[in-house]
Design a binder for this molecule. Structure first.
Ligand SMILES: *Cc1c(COP(=O)(O)O)cnc(C)c1O
Length: 639
């Protein structure tokens, strides 16, 4: 049977998670659609990679697509508007983007600029984020929601933001904060907008949902909320209490939890109005999930609802309770981060090498040893001859027993190294046969199920899990990973991915699958004359700045790709990744000092006559070029 791009689509399921932004085109390459998901704006990721390499920018590279970000902002705002209109809801929607999800200046600038037509604002969780937000926001109708731990300086900055025409809202997250807010507001004589963050009793399912429940570290319980109300009333500032906030956690897979959360919050909202606060704003936090594995299920890498359903349900729950309690419909604020930026970035990496465990049938260490009998292999050969569908488990047991025996004989010097090599080769040959037979069988004992994983190849990718995909390492998050070219050819290898940090944690051996997680990824044998390039998709949320400098691999190169109205593509905001000198200085080495130390060492070598002055020069040139170079593996570039 011929392999077609439909087969590739079926295998990697790009139409299911790509959301119309990514697809396989007729040329067998993954394309990104940048404008309104239209085909005319489709461009091949492999061509972008090649174009960058021609310009001297090396892989790995992080591609950012601000057109996709714009499309996401438009989508969430228009979805809420539609739900509001259809339901006859009396309030409006105002989104705020939580800076922590992707703090890159480009992202903040784009959201403030493109989001202005929807009055999309920002959410901050720290003083540094507030300082960035105050500079970029300039829409008097957008909100700037100030969460997180607040000292006097944070509060003063937020209050002064009001004088600049920015609608800051100070959200009380901890019991003591309201005292300071009252003090500072009186001192500066500025009328604040105050919010309270409640602790929802709903604990949502999923990976990132510790934010809910009694023990969550942020938010006030019911007693504490009442205390805040009383304190504000006493200070004559209850009319400043405008907003109720809650956050159930991120990537909430089940719509049921979202509904319950909205219901509970609406009751609190109504309760605050009853207490005499003016209110007007109900902030439902983040949590809107992304379908990373394309399964549309309530598993932690997916979600069992659409954007439209999310908006419909939130609007409906709030409206029902407001109508019942006869209070005006509030402005609905949401703090979706992941849902806005996940599609925004793609990591492209090249494969540096592969380690093939399936034995190479063209090479056999036995052949090269002319005539030597190798009796140690007799038992293995016997197993090979006996193997059939009925005795696979038995053969596997024998196989492992005899290999152990040969290894022991090796320890006692009874088997030499070449004989051991021949035995290992034979062992893997038989394992591959067993695995083939096992594939055709319906019921498999557990030991046989795992064979494919044991026999899988290791592909070494030019990237660091710790730097670029921290959630893969920390919480086993799945991202769609696939080759971005050669998709009109059948992938013939099963592999896991290893990064280049030489850390046993620096690997990926879980991949998205149709109904369950796959332990291997089907890949092509890397082409001889070209890079084999893999893309890791949907990495725009939470990955960029969580990364650590494991083994001192730094930031990757970055480039933004946008669609130009003339029908072409523009590359801009090229940012060189960290150099070796950069990452060394992060851990407090001084590159100048390092150079000086090497120069001294080389000088004494010259003095002692161990090297010539010319050799010294070469050593120093190589050393300084290394310092200035990329921390990732640099493939030699022609000319
Ligand atoms: C992290 C966070 C968010 C963003 O959540 P997403 O699931 O990415 O939309 C929103 N609000 C608060 C308070 C957060 O801590």
């Amino acid at each position: 049977m011929n392999w077609t791009i439909e087969d590739a689509n079926e295998l990697y399921r790009i139409d299911e998670w790509g959301n119309g932004y990514f697809h396989i085109d007729d040329d067998g390459e993954v394309h990104v659609r940048l404008k309104g998901k239209s085909n005319e704006s489709s461009i091949s990721l492999k061509q972008i990679a090649s174009g960058l390499q021609e310009r001297g920018m090396k892989l790995p590279v992080l591609l950012r697509f601000s057109d996709i970000l714009d499309d996401r902002i438009k989508y969430i705002n228009e979805s809420f508007s539609q739900s509001i209109t259809e339901a006859g809801y009396q309030g409006v929607y105002r989104g705020v983007y939580p800076i922590k999800v992707n703090q890159q200046q480009q992202v903040i600038e784009e959201i403030c600029h493109f989001g202005k037509q929807y009055h999309h604002g920002l959410e901050t969780g720290s003083k540094a984020e507030l300082i960035a937000a105050l500079a970029y926001m300039d829409d008097p109708e957008a909100y700037l929601i100030c969460n997180g731990y607040k000292d006097e300086e944070y509060i003063d900055l937020a209050l002064r933001g009001i004088l600049l025409g920015i609608q800051t809202v100070l959200v009380v997250e901890m019991p003591g904060e309201v005292t300071v807010i009252i003090e500072r507001a009186k001192e500066l004589n500025i009328t604040p907008n105050i919010g309270v963050r409640m602790k929802p009793s709903t604990v949502a399912s999923g990976h990132w949902t510790d934010s809910g429940g009694d023990r969550s570290s942020f938010g006030l319980n019911t007693t504490q909320i009442i205390q805040v109300v009383d304190q504000l009333r006493e200070a004559g500032m209850l009319d400043c209490l405008k907003l109720l906030h809650y956050h159930l956690g991120s990537q909430i897979p089940n719509i049921h939890d979202i509904r319950i959360g909205a219901t509970e919050a609406s009751r609190f909202y109504a309760g605050l109005i009853k207490e005499g606060a003016p209110m007007g704003l109900l902030d439902i936090g983040g949590g809107l999930a992304i379908d990373y594995d394309g399964s549309s299920s309530n598993s932690s890498n997916s979600r069992n609802y659409s954007m439209k359903e999310y908006c419909d349900d939130v609007v409906e729950e709030i409206m029902t309770i407001c109508n019942e309690t006869k209070i005006p419909h509030p402005t609905i604020i949401s703090e979706s981060g992941r849902a806005l930026v996940a599609y925004y970035s793609v990591l492209l990496m090249n494969i540096l090498d592969t380690n093939v465990f399936r034995p190479n049938m063209d090479y056999d260490p036995m052949d090269t040893q002319s005539g030597k009998p190798m009796p140690a292999l007799d038992n293995l050969r016997y197993v090979k001859n006996m193997l059939n569908e009925k005795n696979t488990q038995e053969c596997l047991n024998d196989l492992n027993y005899y290999r152990e025996e040969i290894r022991n004989k090796f320890l006692y010097g009874k088997v030499d190294m070449r004989e051991r090599a021949a035995a290992e080769h034979l062992y893997w040959t038989i394992m591959a046969q067993i695995s083939e037979i096992a594939k055709g069988q319906e019921y498999l004992p557990p030991e046989l199920m795992n064979l494919d994983h044991q026999l899988s190849d290791i592909y070494y990718g030019n990237f660091s899990v710790f730097q670029s995909l921290p959630d893969v390492w920390a919480i086993n998050q799945l991202f769609p990973i696939m080759p971005v070219h050669l998709l009109d050819q059948r992938p013939t290898r099963h592999a896991i991915l290893s990064d280049i940090t030489c850390d046993c944690e620096g690997k990926i051996d879980e991949f998205i699958g149709r109904s369950e997680i796959q332990n291997t990824l089907e890949l092509h044998a890397p082409p001889e004359d070209d890079d084999y390039v893999l893309g890791v998709f949907l990495v725009g949320a939470y990955q960029e700045t969580l990364g650590d400098l494991h083994n001192l691999f730094g930031d990757t190169n970055v480039v933004s790709v946008t669609y130009d109205e003339s029908g072409t593509f523009k590359l801009h905001n090229e940012l060189d990744g960290d150099t070796v000198a950069d990452v060394l200085s992060y851990v407090e080495y001084e590159p100048k000092k390092l150079e000086a130390l090497i120069k001294d060492k080389a000088e004494s070598a010259v003095r002692d006559g161990r090297i010539s002055p010319q050799q010294r020069r070469k050593i120093i040139t190589t050393y300084t070029a290394g310092l200035r170079g990329y921390t990732y593996y640099e493939t030699d570039q022609e000319d």
